[in-house]
Design a protein around this ligand. Structure first.
Ligand code: MN
Length: 417
């Protein structure tokens, strides 16, 4: 494994093999950086010192968002990563040791901003276990999987402008909720939930009318983030038929601030589960496209925080459980000739495993509140209460391979307005 002149603590999510991109703010204003150990390598500062040569245009390295970098495309992403590896490795940095500090910012001193402007947002429904559980809960007594599920990656268009960076407080939404009498009332949701997801962001796109083949997805996908698709189940349950989720989802979606590149994930590829029936030809790809990313949901209630009690881990899942891969999702989303743009976000849908402890949402973990979670401090939860903080984590870890961590995405529920 490579080593860097930047110290990397042994348990860090961000060794030199990772180098995820984000946008951070200090007194210096929003800059692009890559995380390494407890630090951020400042691309703006490095560009000003002319460390990149022609690896990346100054206007891209000195931008306040990743969108210009996303627009450059795959070859440029690879060239910049190679140059960053050269700059950060112990034996290839061509700047004297005493001059290197100017390129680093402590992560603890930086505020993380949205890594990119989300141009368009699609959320899929690609976990077989999650779709089956939700079918059983939402439509009891009927076949849990609808007939199209095994033929296409089901998805809906979400709201790009309410995607927020981790750390942003989440205001409990109000909406129409069906009452016992059958009529709806307009009230704060009583079934506020999380969805444990990953998402990918695309770069340069296709032209209108030109689908992207599954085997060419790698040229268009820049990297992967953790996504919490906050959901109000009571609002969702009343509105979602026949056109799908709307206001039960669009109030907020949280992203992790660090974008882990596909190149960094390369050593943690995993097989896609067996697909039966065999997908139509446009959904087939030669490569295995899943990733072995251990995922977790942590919950800390307001009471736990006041008492200095650390968060409970309430679920452990893995991105490798996904039935439909990112390549299939992108091929399907463009199969009608729809275009993608730099900054488009495609989320996976809730990722659940087969065991109850691996479910990726509270509605599954508590089976719609029938089996409330018992927390370590004696409290119980069916759905989220005001003051609760939810944190999603993701990390690739396997013997002999570099650890590739995602950091975390968290959000605290604040009362309805
Ligand atoms: Mn979702």
């Amino acid at each position: 494994m490579a080593s860097s002149w930047v110290p990397v603590p042994s348990e860090s999510d961000f060794p030199i093999e990772n180098l995820p991109y984000g946008v951070f703010k200090t007194v210096r204003g929003p800059h692009i950086g890559v995380a390494i150990g407890d630090a951020i390598f400042d691309l703006y500062a490095a560009s000003q010192a002319d460390l990149f040569g022609d690896a990346v245009p100054a206007g891209v390295a000195q931008a306040g968002s990743l969108n210009p970098l996303l627009a450059l495309g795959h070859d440029s992403w690879a060239r910049l990563r190679r140059r960053l590896l050269e700059l950060l490795q112990s034996d290839t940095m061509d700047v004297a040791a005493q001059d290197r500090a100017q390129f680093l910012v402590k992560r603890a001193d930086a505020q993380m901003l949205m890594p990119f402007e989300v141009r368009d947002y699609v959320d899929f429904y690609s976990s077989l276990e999650h779709a089956t559980n939700l079918g059983k809960i939402m439509r009891p007594g009927s076949e849990p999987l609808l007939p199209n599920w095994r033929w296409l990656p089901v998805g809906y268009h979400g709201r790009a402008s309410t995607v927020v960076v981790g750390g942003t407080p989440i205001v409990r939404p109000r909406g129409q909720i069906k009452t016992e009498a059958g009529n709806p009332e307009f009230a704060p949701t009583r079934m506020l939930d999380v969805e444990l997801e990953i998402g990918f962001v695309t770069g340069a796109g296709n032209s209108l009318g030109e689908p992207i083949a599954a085997d060419r997805a790698r040229e268009h996908i820049f990297g992967v983030v953790l996504v919490n698709d906050w959901s109000a189940r009571d609002i969702q349950g009343w509105e979602y038929q026949p056109l799908g989720p709307f206001l039960g989802k669009s109030f907020a979606t949280s992203l992790s601030p660090w974008v882990v590149t596909l190149e960094a994930l390369e050593s943690h590829r995993a097989a896609v589960p067996k697909q039966e029936p065999v997908p139509l030809p446009y959904l087939r790809s030669r490569e295995d496209w899943n990733y072995d990313i251990a995922l977790g949901i942590e919950l800390q209630t307001g009471k736990m925080r006041e008492g200095g009690v650390s968060a409970d881990v309430i679920s452990r899942s893995n991105a490798k459980y996904l039935y439909w891969s990112m390549a299939q999702q992108l091929a399907h989303a463009t199969s009608n000739g729809a275009t993608i743009s730099p900054g488009d976000l495609f989320a996976s849908g809730t990722i659940s495993g087969s065991e109850p402890g691996s479910y990726g949402s509270l509605i599954e973990l508590t089976w719609r509140g029938e089996k409330p979670l018992k927390l370590s401090n004696g409290e119980a939860r069916s759905f989220l209460e005001d003051g609760d903080t939810v944190t999603l984590t993701g990390r690739c870890e396997a013997p002999g391979k570099p650890r590739i961590g995602f950091g975390e995405v968290s959000g605290t529920i604040v009362p309805a307005r």
